[in-house]
Design a protein around this ligand. Structure first.
Ligand SMILES: [Zn+2]
Length: 414
């Protein structure tokens, strides 16, 4: 019932709409293409017979596939985001379809220096015979997260076309500006009224991401005293020197993204700006345990005090603010969210691989706000890069998982 060619056709159409998120704008969504693609999706949903499909003024698309034979079943939501990463342009995407991949490296035709190498993408070894989609090497592909869009749209059409599947209400949620951390700014969770939600934003196939980092942002402000260098003796306090000392004292052999993996957390200074009078350092704090973030903040305050005593007259403030929280805690409150996803895979004779993400998803924020939202695979690979690619066969598998998932939830998985 999942129509492979139709799914591919959708994906190819969606990636050709430029929805690159733009950082540092006040508008929402941050780029007009996101409105365009959202409107396109609403038209397609309505053409499938879903009259309630609508896009709000923020570009967010919500639609409900009416239940069939299970009116009182819990509402399940599926989410993906329409925007693509600002790290690589998403304008003029020219997708290349490789049918029946026979192995080997893939040279991208628009820029032959760009090669998708098997050595760097060992998962390609398992995908011989599959249909792959790449870019021409000059843009990103946008499989993150248009693979998710295409999968959910294909699921929707399948559910609308078939009468032999029993399912409860299926809520569709397409969001904007996920890539710049604003994916759920305007999502009305109460109105969504779902018992669980799934983001279709994971790589490969059969992953079930049930943990993310907990994340804080630390803004360190170093204040010095500026005065003309000619008369600076014993008067100038150079914030640049103090800030450099501060960064130099941060751990590098441990607790840095360059030296950690798996469940290890890190502190990552990623932006520094300023001058002699004042320097601001932005540092992201990441740990799978929320308590670990407090320890990291303590470390920053300790370093600040040390540097202050070394640079008399300098003052250093450390402010932290929460970004998102490990979804594990929220998922424990609604164990069916993970259990149903595992069951859906089992019924397809597949095993869901429970995994952790060294990052956050919109699901981390949704879960924190009370809507349990694990993340599912969607066939995307190498996101945010001109070397991005997607696998149609994995996208089909993801759509099949969703069909099962909708049914599992209708059967009172208690
Ligand atoms: Zn994504």
């Amino acid at each position: 019932m999942i129509d492979r060619e139709r799914l591919l056709d959708r994906f190819l159409r969606y990636v050709q709409v430029d929805t690159t998120a733009v950082e540092g704008t006040d508008t929402y969504p941050s780029s007009p293409g996101q409105m365009t693609l959202g409107a396109m999706l609403v038209d397609e949903l309505q053409a499938m017979g879903i009259d309630n499909a609508a896009q709000d003024e923020h570009g967010i698309v919500v639609a409900t596939v009416p239940s069939r034979g299970a009116e009182s079943a819990p509402v399940v939501a599926f989410n993906s985001h329409v925007d693509t990463s600002p790290e690589t342009t998403g304008a003029h995407v020219k997708p290349q379809v490789i049918n029946g991949y026979t192995g080997g490296d893939l040279v991208l035709p628009g820029d032959p220096e760009k090669v998708i190498r098997v050595s760097e993408n060992p998962e390609l070894n398992d995908l011989h015979g599959c249909t792959l989609i790449t870019t021409d090497g000059t843009t990103l592909l946008g499989g993150d997260d248009k693979a998710g869009l295409a999968i959910i749209m294909e699921l929707t059409q399948s559910l609308m076309e078939t009468s032999d599947i029993t399912h409860g209400p299926v809520r569709i949620l397409f969001t904007c500006d996920e890539e710049i951390g604003r994916g759920i700014d305007y999502v009305d969770i109460e109105k969504l009224a779902a018992t669980a939600c799934y983001t279709l934003d994971g790589g490969g196939a059969n992953d079930l991401d049930v943990e993310t980092f907990s994340a804080d942002l630390a803004v360190v402000t170093v204040r010095g005293v500026n005065i003309h260098p000619s008369i600076a003796k014993d008067r100038m306090v150079n914030a640049i020197r103090a800030a450099s000392a501060f960064v130099d004292r941060l751990p590098r052999e441990t607790l840095s993204p360059e030296t950690t993996s798996g469940r290890e957390g890190f502190l990552h200074p990623y932006q520094i700006e300023g001058g002699v009078a004042e320097v601001t350092i932005r540092i992201i704090l990441r740990d799978f345990e929320t308590a670990g973030l407090e320890k990291q903040a303590e470390l920053l305050r300790k370093v600040a005090a040390e540097v202050e005593s070394q640079f008399s007259g300098a003052s250093i403030s450390v402010e932290t603010r929460p970004q998102y929280r490990n979804m594990r805690d929220g998922l424990e409150k609604e164990p069916r969210a993970v259990k149903c996803a595992q069951l859906a895979h089992q019924r397809l004779k597949r095993e869901a691989k429970l995994s952790i993400i060294r990052g956050g998803t919109d699901g981390s924020q949704l879960t924190e706000r009370g809507l349990p939202t694990p993340n599912l695979s969607s066939g995307q690979h190498n996101p945010h890069s001109p070397l991005e690619w997607a696998c149609l066969d994995e996208m089909v598998q993801a759509a099949e998982v969703l069909v099962e998932l909708a049914q599992v939830w209708a059967e009172d998985p208690g």
